[in-house]
Design a protein around this ligand. Structure first.
Ligand SMILES: [Ca+2]
Ligand SMILES: [Ca+2]
Length: 218
């Protein structure tokens, strides 16, 4: 019994995958030179993000980032798709938050759009009429998307951002984050007093078996 309890505890500990925010969600890891660098699909410049198609601009001095020193234009010379795979737990609810703007003239009100994909499915579309060059009301706005992770045993989720704007001036994003909003209550683990009682009962059982065997072999 004791071995089974210890095994169950170890299994619960092993499979309880912790929540990780996006890595490099602020696009600060690779340093662009000057105003910006154009990065092609296949490059690891924004790793662990993967650029699946098209190209992006990693912007440093061309405009002010929403967070840190860099952001990206999801259109380098053309529309791009980027993705990152994150650990998620079945039964939990999550929220993705990111800053969005548009590589468009200040005050133009021009729309810039992108789609959000999860595990290959288009789950949301976002647009903004802000410009990265706007000073009032500001050049970034927050976008959010909440999702329940309901696939049993599926602990990895592929998150993709796909520009749906054509041409070299696309949607700008920065500061991509993940929050775990709620989860089912964890499997109850015995308290120290309960562990003491379990150990006591296991020892008492072993002693009883020992004496029973001793009596039958005498
Ligand atoms: Ca940033
Ligand atoms: Ca561009």
């Amino acid at each position: 019994m004791m071995k089974r309890l210890i095994l169950a505890f170890l299994l619960v500990s092993f499979f309880a995958v912790p929540v990780h925010a996006f890595e490099n969600g602020s696009f600060e890891f690779g340093t662009a030179t000057g105003d910006f660098d154009t990065i092609d699909a296949g490059s690891n410049f924004i790793a662990p993000w993967i650029i699946d198609s098209g190209d992006i601009d990693v912007i440093r001095d061309l405009w002010t980032a929403a967070d840190g020193n860099q952001s990206i234009d999801l259109n380098g010379g053309e529309a791009a798709t980027i993705r990152q795979t994150i650990p998620t737990n079945a039964g939990c609810t999550y929220r993705i938050t990111f800053s969005m703007s548009g590589n468009s003239p200040a005050g133009s009100g021009t729309s810039r759009t992108l789609d959000l994909y999860m595990n290959g499915l288009n789950v949301a579309s976002f647009s903004t009429t802000l410009s990265v060059y706007d000073t009032s009301p500001g050049n970034w706005e927050e976008k959010t998307f909440e999702f329940p992770h309901s696939s049993p045993g599926h602990t990895m989720t592929i998150i993709e951002f796909m520009s749906t704007t054509s041409g070299p001036s696309g949607p700008a994003i920065d500061n991509v984050r993940l929050e775990e909003l709620s989860c089912p209550p964890p499997a109850s683990i015995p308290t120290m007093n309960e562990w003491g009682m379990i150990v006591f009962m296991a020892l008492a059982g072993l002693i009883a078996v020992y004496y029973m065997r001793k009596q039958t072999t005498v």
